[in-house]
Design a protein around this ligand. Structure first.
Ligand code: XIL
Length: 325
């Protein structure tokens, strides 16, 4: 069998995932690489509240169903992202009262999770609830106006997890966030939050480190404390996943793709050493990455280039998965 990221990961019983924008499945070359190189896919946008629940009584499940059909025919798992988040919500929920929002979020979580029960077994239930100042982020679900638990600390987060667990007791439920890789006030706060919620019996199974890195000092600094940070979350009994890995840069200079490859290698090696159960890329090629749309003048973050040619990063990830040094 041809060696791929997927075959190398499989040997280690590791999930190697990729975020997918559904329309890209129309491109045969894209679909071929996705099917060959990954054993898990995750809808990049189609399970977010706005896309999946665009009107009060209307759910748009078709794109995710198409991804599930693709995954089944390629023997892949599908991961769910995300149920309670401040972004990409639907306009129709604006102006509702806390009582109404409580019912809306509960119905949403139950309907979506029931619909995909047995097909989606892992969910990012709550995404990005801590802000860059290490405080609970203001959001429509928390306190603007919230689901009736405004200013009750982490209660709206606990409620989301309890509903999700009730909706599908077999699903593995994750808290997911960005910029929590290094030890910082944000990761400290996240740690305290999960510790407290777990002590209250809130059904949280694991934590997703998004791993949106910037090549250079940002990456290097994160790596000074990433391992010890992972270890403290592990000590809470949480499963660890890397859910949205990419390593961006500005206009590549000579040597940058090699430095990027080295950064990917370190990330994969750390994942293997710490028993991380999923390594997921946020897309696989520079042709379709979210980075240039979000971070001005940045890009080149993924292991395949804009022509679907493997970059040094690809070979470094593969070698790390194979245990070559
Ligand atoms: C991004 C998608 O990649 C874009 O296509 C979309 O326009 C905005 O959202 N953290 C997350 C993801 O949890 O949902 C975000 O995805 C990237 C940052």
């Amino acid at each position: 069998m041809e060696t791929t990221l997927r075959s190398a990961a499989q040997k280690r019983n590791l999930k190697i995932g990729c975020a997918v924008a559904t329309h890209l499945l129309d491109d045969p070359e894209y679909a071929r690489i996705l099917g060959a190189e990954f054993n898990l896919i995750e809808p990049e946008n189609d399970l977010k509240f706005g896309p999946v629940h665009p009107e009060k009584d209307q759910y748009n499940f078709a794109p995710v169903e198409r991804q599930i059909a693709f995954a089944q025919s390629h023997n892949q798992e599908v991961r769910g992202h995300t149920l309670t988040w401040h972004n990409q919500n639907a306009p129709w929920i604006e102006g509702k009262s806390p009582d109404e929002l409580n019912q809306i979020l509960k119905d949403h979580i139950f309907t979506v999770m029931h619909h995909f029960k047995g097909q989606i077994k892992e969910w990012d239930v709550v995404n990005e609830a801590i802000n860059d100042e290490a405080q609970i982020r203001k959001s429509i679900w928390y306190n603007e106006p919230g689901i009736g638990l405004a200013d009750q600390n982490y209660e709206y987060i606990a409620q989301s997890f309890r509903w999700a667990h009730e909706a599908d007791p077999d699903a593995k439920l994750f808290y997911n966030d960005y910029n929590i890789e290094k030890i910082s006030s944000k990761s400290d706060r996240t740690y305290e939050m999960l510790k407290q919620l777990l002590s209250e019996g809130v059904p949280i199974y694991g934590i997703g480190f998004q791993c949106h890195f910037v090549l250079g000092s940002d990456f290097d600094e994160a790596f000074e404390t990433f391992q010890s940070n992972i270890q403290r979350f592990k000590s809470l009994g949480l499963e660890i996943q890397f859910t949205e890995l990419d390593i961006r840069m500005t206009e590549p200079q000579p040597g940058d793709f090699e430095r990027q490859a080295e950064a990917y290698k370190k990330t994969i090696e750390l994942a293997l050493e710490e028993g991380v159960t999923l390594i997921q890329l946020w897309g696989f090629s520079d042709r379709h990455s979210w980075i240039p749309y979000t971070f001005k003048s940045e890009g080149w973050a993924l292991p395949w280039d804009e022509n679907f040619k493997m970059k040094p990063a690809y070979h470094a990830i593969l070698a790390a998965l194979q245990g070559d040094n």
